[in-house]
Write a protein that binds this ligand. Structure first.
Ligand SMILES: Nc1ncnc2c1ncn2[C@@H]1O[C@H](COP(=O)(O)OP(=O)(O)O)[C@@H](O)[C@H]1O
Ligand SMILES: C[C@@](O)(CCOP(=O)(O)OP(=O)(O)O)CC(=O)O
Length: 363
């Protein structure tokens, strides 16, 4: 049983999307993670391309622990083990026991262990819940994949919007608004996974969007891995939290993303470019205000280069490294060539990444 889940890029709306009701614009990419589930003699074996050794695990009170000494499962396998545990809970609710299995993860979202910032944890969660459920004969709808992966993500208190999960599940270009994660986590604790899968999730909205008519998407990698949770944690702990600046940032981001979504739906590429430039500035103002370090020198150079050739660019996601996106006139090949040259001179690696098409059905 094998499942492929694509990685993602944030086109606009990062940070603000953490607040329920605030949209983000994302796109899935044609690189991702493959999870293959096959039989095993006993226990559960997790074999990840991030680790030299396979981990042998066993179930203990609904959690996965090391098979030999009962110690917690390796922390770097947290995305995988949480995803398996949530499926385990779903199966238990249906009177089924998880089978012994080997879960193998192979990813094109890192190079020799250094991530690109294309949403590897999200793709791992989506591919794992889908493949493990299918191995047990449970076919999940698109929304059920998203919900299980979101439950796996929030289970240990991590606050992430789930935008990466939605892009990975639905594919293509999407508009996304996050559910109230605290409410969803509490519901799962009180009422269990099965019921939480069926209940309404306040705030959650996902909508597929048409791609831009005549724009090409370019992706540049800074070569510097960044920790999104460290950046969002610093933001949450800062005095910015209850400030007027926060309100101003989230409302400007919201207006920018809504206008960008509208531009996509109307096929207005020029307006989309304008909103991507605005999104860059809204993020830069947040960075000036809170000094998060979203814009590294390479990310700033990546954006400036795109603007000098007539395009629009910004960091994708939390910033601090990882990658950035640029949108350019698809018909102007010389602009793309000039952009790539300027990126290379600034130490930004152009990545051969295309948009992943929409995943099959709408559900
Ligand atoms: N190939 C993989 N195998 C197992 N876990 C993975 C793999 N790729 C990513 N992960 C999990 O995702 C985490 C990286 O997530 P994150 O920092 O959010 O990166 P990204 O920016 O690519 O989403 C890793 O620490 C690991 O827990
Ligand atoms: C700040 C954010 O809105 C965006 C973070 O996006 P990244 O693309 O940086 O995330 P990772 O996939 O974990 O690397 C936080 C969020 O939406 O969860």
């Amino acid at each position: 049983m094998r499942h492929h889940a694509p990685g993602k890029l944030f086109i606009a709306g990062e940070y603000a999307v953490l607040e329920p009701g605030h949209p983000a614009l994302l796109v899935a990419v044609d690189r991702g993670v493959d999870v293959t589930v096959s039989g095993a003699d006993a226990h559960l074996v997790v074999d990840s391309d991030l680790r030299p050794d396979r981990a042998r695990l066993r179930w203990q009170d609904g959690r996965l622990v090391a098979a030999d000494d009962g110690q917690p499962a390796p922390a770097d396998l947290g995305a995988v083990t949480s995803a398996i545990e949530v499926v385990g809970e779903l199966l238990a609710g249906r009177g089924l026991r998880p089978l012994p299995m080997r879960v193998a993860i192979s990813s094109r979202l890192h190079r020799a262990g250094t991530k690109f910032g294309l949403g590897s944890s999200g793709a791992v969660s989506v591919a794992t819940v889908t493949a493990v459920a299918a191995y047990h004969g449970v076919e999940l709808s698109l929304e059920s994949r998203f919900r299980l992966a979101m439950l796996a993500t929030v289970r240990d208190g991590a606050d992430a919007s789930g935008g990466d999960l939605a892009a990975s599940v639905w594919g293509g270009w999407i508009a996304y608004q996050a559910p109230d994660r605290a409410a969803v986590r509490d519901m799962a604790r009180r009422r269990g996974v099965e019921e939480t899968m069926r209940a309404p999730w306040p705030g959650l909205r996902v909508r597929r969007l048409p791609p831009p008519r005549g724009l090409a998407l370019e992706v540049g990698w800074t070569g510097e891995p960044a920790s999104s949770s460290a950046l969002t944690g610093r933001l949450a702990a800062s005095r910015w939290r209850g400030s007027a600046a926060r309100w101003s940032f989230t409302s400007r981001s919201q207006e920018c993303v809504r206008t960008a979504i509208d531009a996509l739906e109307r096929g207005d590429d020029q307006e989309l470019l304008h909103q991507v430039r605005r999104a860059r500035h809204v993020l830069a103002e947040l960075d000036d205000e809170v000094r998060l370090g979203i814009f590294t020198p390479r990310l700033t150079a990546l954006c400036d280069a795109a603007e000098t050739v007539g395009g629009a660019a910004k960091p994708s996601g939390a910033g601090g490294g990882d990658c950035g996106i640029a949108l350019l006139d698809a018909a102007a090949a010389t602009q793309t060539a000039r952009l790539r040259e300027q990126w290379a001179a600034a130490g930004v690696l152009p990545m051969p990444v295309q948009v992943h098409q929409t995943n099959g059905s709408a559900r």
